[in-house]
Design a protein around this ligand. Structure first.
Ligand code: ADP
Ligand code: MG
Length: 700
């Protein structure tokens, strides 16, 4: 149960004085909630200011600056109301003896304005300065107070992100009210850490966030910002650690084989495993053989050879009498995995079935029977693997490829189809360590750090689209010499055209130059048609494959040596890297041409420069994080990546690592959060919306 001390923070904002339905509506819009009832007092307190107005600058009127915010002490000379029916503003002249300043109000209520600015009296007024015909003006001052109230005027005033129907003044007032509900809470951080780092208590940090004492308070490395970022990161790491602990506690199983299937498969491979693959495989096999559940992330750059590692792990499961499932993010990729894996598995006498959304009727029934009876050892598929009627005789290992495209819930759903099932997550997207940690928590990680020997880096050039005809000429020569080429066209979002038109047009154009040698695939084609084109390309019957980004993930045609990406400036770094990874898979020299339209933005220019200079996926991912910020790194749609309110992964990596270690320690010592610190940490989990982890504790 949620500690009662937190109740005021979880109350609806409508409980605050002055927050009526209309304001609550605006707040819901501002904070991205579905309805006003969903906006809690806590959400307001967690609304981080993005700027600061300094009201400490108090020049005399003769010395007013050309612009900016000032606070002036002056006597009210006279009111100059607009002529009746005129649309001019109401003006009020004030003076401090050095000059005259005009306050400008549009449509004020006369009694109100005369009351706050009584002629002959002194007031402090604070607001933005403008100049009109060489005269200083202050339109709609933010504050007008009599001298005796001056002390109560904040010198530093935070400014907030706003939405229509909500002014700074109103929002600041509501947040101020919300702060009065903030209880002082038990300290959940290690007292020694709080002391050495000089951090304020949680509630003090929040109060200071909204009432900064100095401009530095809002800097990302100020003690209060660090404290809040650390609280948030610890909440997320602790939740992940608790989930992991819980899953581990559940009975696992030991999957240890005798090696016979693996030997047969390795003998059938046209290559031998690299050191890096061997090491990753050994780590995986050791986990599988151990009695606990495996929870391991296999990270390896595109083309590093993860698939074969997964296959050998699945073969080991089969040796131990268990089935495996390999889940891919797209139809094309599932098909391709099946095409690669099935013949190799067959060499060891293992049957692999492909199950996608396209299977229906009798064919599907047969596949389901094969899985339920144990006749099939390996299931390869897409989301179709989650469907309820899919059952296994004994599912021992689940491999998830390109995991970030799956939600955590789906991952658990598939795992639930077995008992103590081992889990291997493969990701080709070179997620920086920070992101991997926040998305997966403290999983064990294997990394394939080197690519198979003999691979040459892909030669990358950046070329303006105006040289298209030159590119096409070179393409013709290359195709005549037997090259296999990808030509990627982006989505054309701003033209309102359908996503595949750019690709269709390019296809038509290239087909004129290379009749019969060009194929087209895009997401709107029927599955069978797409398969046929892919098969033609794989077999070399066509030389150029024009595609939308459907080929982005995982497609493997080792003979392809040229990748042309049109409007490369529209792609993110991670995506460009993925696409480029489609070539350079064999031992032939490969090329990547990044075609761009004129007038690149600075960021786009920087991205293309990075692509030309490095092909190290991790370096590229770090650069991407820097250029885009963590939130966008994997695109909007990607599930499973948390967004943070206070923490900024590009700045707070050190805190993240500390939070990970701290979470690990807490779970080792106090897995039920029963000690006094554990009790305090429960508050933290609730505050940051991680209470699902607490429910897990209760479920035992
Ligand atoms: P990814 O890690 O991107 O999934 P793949 O598993 O698709 O990489 O492998 C990329 C290519 O490298 C495939 O054509 C695969 O057959 C080949 N490959 C894998 N391991 C080796 C190796 N040890 N030596 C040579 N080629 C390999
Ligand atoms: Mg792959």
């Amino acid at each position: 149960m949620r500690p009662a001390t937190l109740d005021p923070l979880f109350a609806s904002v409508t409980s605050l004085p002055g927050v009526g339905p209309r304001v609550a509506e605006s707040l819901a819009r501002l904070l991205g909630r579905d309805s006003p009832e969903d906006v809690r007092v806590k959400d307001l307190i967690f609304h981080v200011p993005t700027g600061l107005v300094d009201r400490g600058f108090m020049p005399r009127i003769a010395e007013l600056p050309p612009e900016g915010v000032v606070t002036v002490k002056a006597r009210i000379l006279r009111h100059l109301p607009p002529a009746p029916g005129s649309r001019s503003p109401w003006r009020v002249e004030v003076t401090d003896g050095t000059g005259i300043l005009t306050l400008v109000y549009f449509h004020p209520r006369p009694d109100w304005i005369r009351q706050i600015l009584p002629e002959g009296e002194e007031r402090y007024m604070s607001g933005r300065i403008e100049w009109f015909r060489n005269q200083p003006q202050m339109p709609h001052p933010d504050h007008v107070v009599p001298p005796e109230e001056f002390a109560g005027l904040p010198r530093l005033e935070p400014t907030y992100p706003l939405t229509a129907g909500l002014s700074q003044k109103v929002l600041a007032r509501i947040i101020g009210q919300a702060l009065t509900s903030l209880p002082s809470l038990p300290e959940w951080q290690d007292p020694a850490m709080v002391k050495t780092r000089g951090w304020p208590a949680f509630h003090e940090a929040l109060i200071r966030l909204h009432r900064p004492q100095q401009a530095e308070d809002l800097a990302p490395d100020s003690p209060l910002r660090m404290r809040l970022a650390y609280d948030e990161l610890l909440a997320s790491q602790l939740a992940l650690a608790l989930v992991r602990h819980h899953m581990r506690k559940g009975r696992g199983r030991s999957l240890a084989g005798d090696g016979r299937h693996r030997t047969a498969i390795e003998a059938a491979l046209p290559f031998s495993l690299t050191q890096a693959q061997r090491k990753a495989l050994d780590e995986i096999l050791a986990d599988m053989a151990a009695p606990q559940r495996m929870l391991r992330l296999l990270q390896g750059d595109v083309g590093s050879g993860k698939t074969v590692v997964a296959l050998l792990a699945m073969a080991a499961a089969a040796e131990a009498g268990a089935q495996s499932a390999l889940m891919a993010p797209s139809d094309i990729l599932a098909r391709q995995h099946h095409a690669t894996i099935a013949p190799l598995a067959a060499r060891a006498g293992l049957k692999a079935v492909l199950l996608t959304g396209r299977d229906t009727g009798r064919q599907r029934q047969e596949k389901l029977r094969a899985l339920a009876s144990g006749m099939a050892h390996i299931a390869i598929g897409t989301h179709a693997l989650f469907q309820e009627d899919v059952t296994f005789r004994d599912l021992g290992l689940v491999v998830v490829d390109e995991q970030h495209r799956f939600g955590v819930r789906q991952r658990l759903a598939l795992q639930a189809k077995g008992h103590g099932t081992d889990l291997l997550v493969m990701t080709a997207t070179p997620i920086p360590r920070t992101l991997a940690l926040t998305a997966y928590g403290d999983l064990d990680v294997s990394r394939i750090t080197a690519r198979p020997a003999g691979r040459k880096p892909v030669k990358t050039s950046v070329i303006p689209l105006t040289r298209l005809s030159e590119v096409v000429d070179r393409l013709k020569t290359a195709v005549d010499q037997g090259a296999r080429v990808y030509w990627v066209c982006p989505l054309v979002e701003d033209s309102g055209a359908l996503p595949h038109t750019a690709a269709e047009e390019r296809f038509a154009m290239l087909d004129e130059h290379l009749p019969g040698r060009v194929g087209l695939v895009h997401g709107r084609m029927k599955g069978e048609a797409r398969d046929a084109v892919m098969a033609d390309f794989r077999a070399g019957r066509i030389a150029v494959l024009v595609a939308t980004t459907v080929i982005e993930v995982g497609v493997d045609v080792p003979e392809a040596t040229i990748m042309i990406i049109e409007n490369a400036e529209r792609f993110g770094l991670a995506q460009l890297h993925q696409l480029r990874g489609r070539v350079g898979r064999g031992n032939r020299e490969s090329y990547c041409l990044l075609l761009y339209r004129e007038s690149l933005s600075a960021t786009a220019r920087e991205r293309l420069r990075i692509m030309r200079e490095t092909d190290d996926g991790f370096a590229i991912a770090e650069a991407d994080l820097r250029l885009r910020g963590a939130g966008d790194l994997l695109g909007e749609k990607q599930a499973g990546l948390p967004r943070f309110t206070f923490a900024d992964l590009a700045l707070h990596e050190e805190l993240l690592l500390a939070a990970r270690d701290d979470a690990r320690l807490v779970v080792a010592r106090d897995p039920d959060l029963a000690t006094p610190r554990g009790e305090a940490l429960r508050h933290l989990l609730y505050l940051f919306g991680r209470d699902e982890a607490i429910r897990l504790l209760l479920a035992g």
